[in-house]
Design a protein around this ligand. Structure first.
Ligand code: ADP
Ligand code: MG
Length: 238
């Protein structure tokens, strides 16, 4: 799964979570990743998936369940989720005609198989119920990871651990800014103070600062910051 071009702090997050998964004593390991929108839940789930997926023959990453649920105007979101799960696990295109037959097919398919399933951005219990009804459906050694903004949902899924994704700290957000602005980990000498000001300003913007275009010169960067909305007259830039 694709990860950000400049991941910051991701390795340590994943490093904290993998042992939780690998040292799980029960048959099936269920982990919840919880945090505000934009903090990196999906990214963390992808990084974990990338690291462990080879150990599983049967695997599925169902991304953006909330969107499937909210944008489906034919009331078939549950069938779409079932089809995706079955297609991923069986590596073929599966067509499902109704929920009941989908549920039966999934139960049969899962029975006693070791699977890796990621359920990304779960907002309702019914979304998960469309996919499985009991953790007994999964074979020994299975790993189920769910991400959500809602801790109650994760608790209702009876996950074994909830991992909280927190905002980046000062050092990490400065590093992320510098990767995007200068393509390096720390600011250039002449940009030191400006970068810190920019970072302070961006702290409120969480980490959705993708900075698509690369500034080519010091002046360009400074101008970009000077004219970006809300910067003028605030004393951030001399
Ligand atoms: N550790 C990280 N380092 C750099 N960028 C990140 C990191 N985690 C997430 N991002 C970026 O931040 C944005 C939001 O991340 P995402 O995982 O979609 O958040 P969430 O799922 O919590 O809403 C994405 O553009 C992603 O590429
Ligand atoms: Mg997400």
């Amino acid at each position: 799964m694709s990860l950000p071009e400049y991941p910051v702090g991701l390795e340590s997050r994943v490093g904290n979570m993998i042992p939780l998964i690998e040292n799980q004593s029960s048959n099936v390991c269920m982990v919840g990743i919880w945090g505000m929108g934009g903090l990196g839940k999906t990214t963390t789930a992808k990084a974990i998936y990338n690291q462990i997926h080879r150990k599983f023959v049967y695997r599925s990453f169902i991304e953006n369940i909330r969107e499937t649920y909210e944008t489906d105007n034919r009331g078939r979101w549950d069938i779409r989720l079932q089809e995706q799960l079955l297609s991923d696990l069986l590596k073929t295109k599966e067509k499902i005609h109704n929920i009941a037959s989908g549920t039966t097919a999934i139960k049969k398919m899962l029975s006693a198989k070791k699977v890796l399933i990621v359920l990304d951005d779960v907002t309702k219990e019914e979304q998960v119920k469309a996919l499985y009804r009991s953790r007994k459906w999964f074979g020994s050694g299975s790993v189920i990871i769910a991400t959500s903004r809602d801790k109650h949902i994760l608790k209702s899924l009876q996950v074994d651990h909830i991992y909280t994704v927190t905002e980046m700290d000062q050092k990490e957000s400065l590093e992320l800014f510098c990767w995007h602005a200068f393509r390096k980990e720390s600011p250039r000498e002449d940009f030191n103070e400006l970068s810190r000001n920019a970072k302070r300003r961006m702290d409120k913007c969480v980490i959705k600062t993708k900075g698509n275009s690369r500034p080519t010169s010091a002046r360009e960067t400074k101008n970009k910051l000077r004219w970006s909305k809300g910067w003028q007259g605030k004393g951030y830039i001399s």
